[in-house]
Design a protein around this ligand. Structure first.
Ligand SMILES: [Cu+2]
Length: 126
């Protein structure tokens, strides 16, 4: 950190404040983008989800995974530079949220071996 080297702490503070305002402005610009929550359920007995296809509008996308099984499962989104993992849970609910642009993404369970066994699908963002 270079704070100690700063010649004028007040100027630094002012710059930080401006930075915050700038970030808020950017967030407002994205506010009209859609916010989608998708629900996914893991099989109680097999390594699979209840669907292999999900769709969402570009913007903030949350996938909520219900796992009724005692086998641990998680939910991840990958593609176009996005790589987000939700928590792994057994007999519970977990979720992952990412801001996505138009395109095709992969959603999958990140527990080793589960994606290869079939716990994956395509998330199409339009
Ligand atoms: Cu799994």
């Amino acid at each position: 950190m270079s704070h100690r080297k700063s010649v004028r702490p007040l100027l630094l503070a002012a710059t930080c404040a401006l930075g915050t305002v700038g970030a808020a402005t950017v967030a407002t610009g994205v506010a009209d983008a859609a916010s989608t929550t998708l629900h996914l359920t893991a099989s109680k007995t097999m390594l699979m989800f209840n669907t292999k296809k999900l769709t969402a509008k570009a913007g903030k996308v949350t996938i909520v995974l219900s796992n009724p099984s005692s086998t641990p499962h998680g939910i991840s989104i990958e593609g176009h530079g996005v790589d987000k993992d939700g928590k792994v849970v057994s007999k519970g609910t977990t979720s992952v949220t990412a801001t996505l642009k138009k395109g095709s993404y992969t959603f999958f369970c990140q527990v080793p071996g589960h994606e290869a066994a079939g716990m994956k699908g395509t998330l199409t963002v339009t």
